[in-house]
Design a protein around this ligand. Structure first.
Ligand SMILES: Nc1ncnc2c1ncn2[C@@H]1O[C@H](COP(=O)(O)OP(=O)(O)OP(=O)(O)O)[C@@H](O)[C@H]1O
Length: 576
């Protein structure tokens, strides 16, 4: 049965437009009905009181507007949505008190939900900041400077000193060994990042315990950061050993394996390390954090979890709220940095206030794909694991120079070095070529000049390189995944050239294909107008994209002109 198609209120008079068939005698006509107040039940009388109607209209209008947007878009539900006082005919209509979901409403709601959940996650961000962070603060243990007894120095970087420490009170000894970093610059950022990671992807990074600002020091205020002691060795330490990668196998499996050494076994170990590293990176990227300093020195082997974890989040940036995101400033290690050097376009101004940055974060993430910066660094680690000769600083620097000369094209680099490669280099290529070259394929999808053409951590984890079997034994599903992966990694410009080449090679006049000469002729003969349409469309898309970026930049720049404070440092506890 059709419902009335529209209604408008004029004082106490309601006008209905109806479009259904009998049993309604007023079908297709506009009816003016002035209900008699005597014939109405009490509630209806009240509803028709002009004063009450004004109040109702004021209070209910907003609710109705929102409700109609999601449940009644495009469909007038006058008598069921509005209490219009049409008692004569309404009594004949089915009464509906429930929400009616319409297709446009559902699409709108789904669109809004997908935006709010798209990387780096606007909705999870608000929940994290206002619920999880708050709850964590209530329950987590707090420490002070005097609670720690300093032990051996583990490292000293440009921005802090790291010590092994233990807790002074015997009752706290069960906490085990801890690591303390006394940081000056970037200490606040590191506390923020570690707390975010602990809530969002605890397994990705070293287990963070507590961080606070200690101001009693003679040297000035220092941030103290405490982690659980994960283990003695970083990936850099392990890679420098002659036993690599077998020393890692022993650590992961917990015992020495009495098996013959060889490429297959080494490949399996390197595969495991890469999987653990990409897993950790995927955790960080999914929550909107880009590390920006991925290198073997910042990947530690956790003896407790028997897995690799990431450390040193001092250079990281949280793109969900725009913390530590300064597009034109960078703290990077040139040995492992991607060629773009900046994770965001330098056209993008520094982050605006947190709510604006949060609201825009999915757009900025998609425009810049900042996570691919870490992927490049992870690719270089993969390369170093495969080629022992690239493990020293000087050889890595030399490799970077060679790669730059080859336009950051690993295939071109291989072509240039393979003919005169020594046995160690050849062995590296052999390892990557195992199982039909899926290792090499993954590596080349990580180390690419253009960030947009690099794979993401999630896509890399889905790569068949991480399947247990070699390429020949791939299951149907794995093969499907490989095809999908290849399709998404394809440079379509190249694909178009390939199709033209294929057509040119295979074509003959007899078979109805094209010869190279015919293709050339076609290219020349092709009417200019036809070729213009797609080119124009592409140009319009590019223009639109540029316009969006420019508008975004302008509005964010405007917001930035107002002086910003480190609002989020309020979250960091201070020692009393
Ligand atoms: N959770 C941990 N467990 C065990 N050792 C750790 C832990 N965190 C850090 N370390 C050790 O401390 C060293 C320095 O840590 P980190 O890289 O965070 O400091 P940093 O001051 O930023 O150093 P750099 O500037 O050289 O990177 C590491 O190389 C590692 O050996």
């Amino acid at each position: 049965m059709a419902a009335p198609a529209g209604v408008a209120g004029l004082g106490g008079v309601k006008i209905h437009t109806l479009s259904s068939k009998p049993p309604y005698p007023f079908l297709g006509k506009r009816l003016r009905i002035k209900p008699s107040s005597d014939s109405l039940p009490n509630t209806r009388k009240t509803a028709l009181n002009p004063k009450t109607c004004v109040v109702c209209a004021a209070g209910g209008e907003l609710i109705h507007a929102v409700r109609d947007l999601f449940v009644g878009v495009g469909v007038g539900l006058p008598c069921t949505v509005m209490e219009c006082g049409d008692i004569i005919y309404r009594s004949t209509l089915p009464r509906s008190n429930g929400l009616t979901l319409t297709a446009p409403g559902a699409v709108l709601a789904l669109g809004a939900l997908s935006y709010l959940w798209a990387t780096p996650g606007v909705a999870p961000g608000f929940f994290d900041m206002f619920v999880l962070a708050f709850a964590e603060r209530l329950f987590r243990p707090t420490y002070r400077k005097d609670d720690f007894v300093l032990g051996k120095k583990l490292g000293e970087g440009a921005f802090g000193v790291v010590y092994k420490v233990s807790l002074a009170k015997p009752s706290l000894k069960k906490e085990g060994e801890l690591v303390l970093k006394k940081a000056t610059e970037y200490g606040a950022v590191e506390i923020w990042m570690n707390e975010r990671v602990r809530r969002a992807c605890a397994n990705s990074c070293a287990d963070f315990v507590y961080g606070f600002l200690e101001s009693s020091s003679k040297k000035g205020a220092e941030y103290w950061l405490i982690w659980r002691f994960e283990g003695e060795a970083t990936l850099a330490d392990l890679m420098l050993s002659k036993e690599f990668p077998y020393n890692v196998e022993t650590l992961i499996l917990g015992e020495v394996q009495d098996l013959p050494k060889g490429l297959e076994r080494e490949n399996k170990i390197i595969q495991t390390i890469m999987r653990q590293l990409l897993f950790a990176l995927d955790g960080l990227h999914s929550t909107g954090i880009v590390h920006r300093d991925i290198k073997p020195q910042n990947v530690i082997f956790s003896e407790g979890a028997r897995t690799f974890k990431i450390i040193d989040l001092g250079a990281a940036t949280d793109l969900r709220v725009g913390i530590n995101y300064i597009p034109k400033e960078f703290l990077l290690d040139p040995r492992y940095a991607a060629p773009e050097q900046y994770i965001m376009s330098t056209q993008t101004p520094s982050a605006p206030s947190a709510p604006v940055a949060t609201a825009l974060s999915p757009v900025l993430w998609q425009l810049n794909l900042p996570d691919r910066f870490d992927i490049y660094s992870a690719g270089l680690i993969f390369l170093q694991m495969a080629f022992p000769s690239l493990r020293t600083d000087s050889s890595l620097i030399q490799f970077n120079r060679q790669l730059k000369r080859c336009g950051y094209d690993l295939v071109a680099w291989r072509k240039s070095v393979e003919p005169r490669a020594n046995s160690e280099l050849r062995r590296g290529f052999e390892l990557l070529d195992l199982d039909g070259g899926i290792g090499w394929e993954l590596l080349t999808s990580m180390v690419r000049y253009k960030a947009r053409q690099r794979t993401s951590a999630k896509a890399a984890l889905a790569h068949p390189y991480f399947g247990r079997e070699g390429l020949l034994a791939l299951s149907f599903m794995q093969n499907l995944r490989l095809q999908l992966f290849r399709a998404t990694q394809q440079d379509y410009g190249e694909a178009a050239k390939w199709v033209i080449r294929l057509m040119a090679k295979s074509g003959t006049e007899q078979d109805g294909g094209f010869t190279e000469a015919q293709l050339q002729e076609l290219r020349e003969r092709e009417p200019k107008k036809k070729a213009k349409a797609p080119r124009n469309a592409l140009a319009s898309v590019l223009r639109l994209q540029r316009k969006i970026v420019r508008t975004l930049n302008e509005s964010m720049g405007e917001l930035n002109r107002r002086r910003k404070s480190l609002w989020w440092s309020r979250w960091i506890p201070r020692e009393e």
